[in-house]
Design a protein around this ligand. Structure first.
Ligand SMILES: Cc1cc2nc3c(=O)[nH]c(=O)nc-3n(C[C@H](O)[C@H](O)[C@H](O)COP(=O)(O)OP(=O)(O)OC[C@H]3O[C@@H](n4cnc5c(N)ncnc54)[C@H](O)[C@@H]3O)c2cc1C
Length: 382
């Protein structure tokens, strides 16, 4: 048995919830993963199944069709996917979208969209990044112009998680290009039958092969005025900043769970694999490397668990959450590299979990704000 890294925030109910999540992940996601990696997306059926089983929007109030739980319920699901290297089903981004509606939507927007996100009828995406602007979001050029009580959207987005399957996209636009951050707003675009909306390529990535990260194009897309998130123009940046601790901690939580999964898989492998007449687990280098990995996980658990507790209590600040994202993703990269090395040539083969985890880990330092941007944010709080 590999070392058991217990969470400080769990209890009997959450342990039962974890069993439910494990069943879903092992019965619905795992058997289809190979095919999903070839297709480039997980398909709509799994989203609807997750909705039926109450696995979507678990931390959204029940009055909107959500589970009425808190971030711990979400964290369990992220962990069980991450430790198995399942990165295609971006429930995290879907939850982030739900939180935009919950925290910033008008009562009508909440009523209209949250139940459909919770049931899996709509898959959610958030479109900020453009070919010419990522870290520097003030540089976006997608324009939403008000004409006759409607908005006309023109522009393009790239690297959009869930972009191919999304039924609702929150599009970050300039409503007043003369106003910088204060001229930025978020428009709600329903994709089905939407004239002028087009999904470009599902992008060919080095990892996360079953995740439909896509280009999106908006060519005179017309949406009613009621699709302005929150109903007031110029609130986009404020809305984007609002939930950063939540978004960044998701990455920290999944980074640590991925390290745990990699550690367990490596331990199994080195005990099995023999070289020079004995299991490579017996070599001092192997034991020391795994001791280092186990120590990293154990130390990380203390920090990430505290962040989870703070988030649930509503006290996690953006700088600390940025540390969780920065530290978690950087350690994940290092740990995956060390673990892969212990697999020798097999570690380089995509049929091995460790190879897929290694490739997936790389982007954790880039999306959701790069490591460099995390350091900027943290340094401002010093
Ligand atoms: C798989 C994947 C999924 C994604 N999903 C989404 C999504 O769902 N929605 C969405 O909107 N976007 C998404 N993104 C985009 C992602 O958030 C951006 O790629 C990221 O924010 C970086 O932007 P960029 O790629 O334009 O890089 P750039 O901003 O061009 O950065 C290039 C380099 O410059 C560095 N840099 C930039 N500014 C500074 C600075 N001030 N100080 C120091 N260094 C700096 C960066 O750290 C980086 O190393 C996704 C990306 C990937 C790869």
């Amino acid at each position: 048995m590999p070392m058991n890294f217990t969470r400080s925030w769990t209890d009997e109910d959450l342990d039962r919830w974890r069993d439910t999540c494990v069943r879903f992940v092992e019965q619905e996601l795992l058997p289809d993963d190979e095919a999903a990696r070839k297709r480039g997306h997980v398909g709509h059926a799994v989203w609807r199944k997750a909705g039926e089983l109450g696995l979507l929007c678990t931390d959204i109030p029940e009055e909107y069709g959500g589970g009425g739980g808190d971030f711990r319920h979400e964290a369990v699901l992220y962990e069980e996917c991450a430790r198995r290297g399942l990165s295609g089903w971006a429930n995290s981004v879907h939850s982030i979208v739900a939180h935009y509606f919950l925290n910033h939507g008008t009562p009508e927007q909440r009523q209209k969209y949250l139940p459909k996100l919770a049931s899996g009828e709509l898959v959610g995406a958030i479109a900020m990044t453009e070919p010419g602007a990522g870290s520097d979001l003030q540089g976006i050029r997608t324009r939403a112009e008000k004409r006759d009580g409607r908005y006309v959207i023109n522009g393009s987005k790239t690297f959009i998680t869930n972009g191919f399957l999304a039924g609702v996209v929150l599009v970050v636009c300039k409503t007043d290009p003369t106003q910088g951050a204060r001229g930025t707003s978020i428009l709600i675009v329903e994709t089905e039958g939407c004239t002028g909306f087009r999904v470009g390529r599902v992008l060919d990535k080095m990892g996360m092969k079953s995740q439909d990260t896509s280009e999106l194009f908006f060519d005179d897309v017309v949406v009613p005025e009621a699709n302005l998130l929150g109903g007031a123009e110029g609130q986009g940046f404020y809305q984007l900043m609002g939930d950063l601790p939540y978004e960044r901690l998701i990455i920290g939580v999944s980074a640590l769970a991925c390290m745990e999964g990699a550690y367990a898989a490596t331990l199994d492998y080195v005990r099995e694999r023999k070289a020079f007449g004995k299991p490579i687990a017996d070599l001092q280098n192997t034991r020391f490397k795994l001791a280092e990995v186990a120590t990293t996980i154990q130390v990380g658990r203390a920090f990430i668990d505290r962040c989870v507790e703070q988030l649930v209590a509503g006290t996690l600040d953006t700088a600390t959450a940025s540390m969780a994202k920065l530290w978690g993703s950087e350690q994940q990269g290092r740990v995956l590299d060390e673990c892969l090395q212990l697999f020798g040539g097999y570690g380089f083969m995509n049929e091995y979990l460790i190879a897929r985890m290694y490739a997936d880990a790389r982007v954790q330092r880039i999306y959701g704000g790069t490591s460099e941007i995390m350091k900027e944010v943290i340094s401002r709080a010093l």
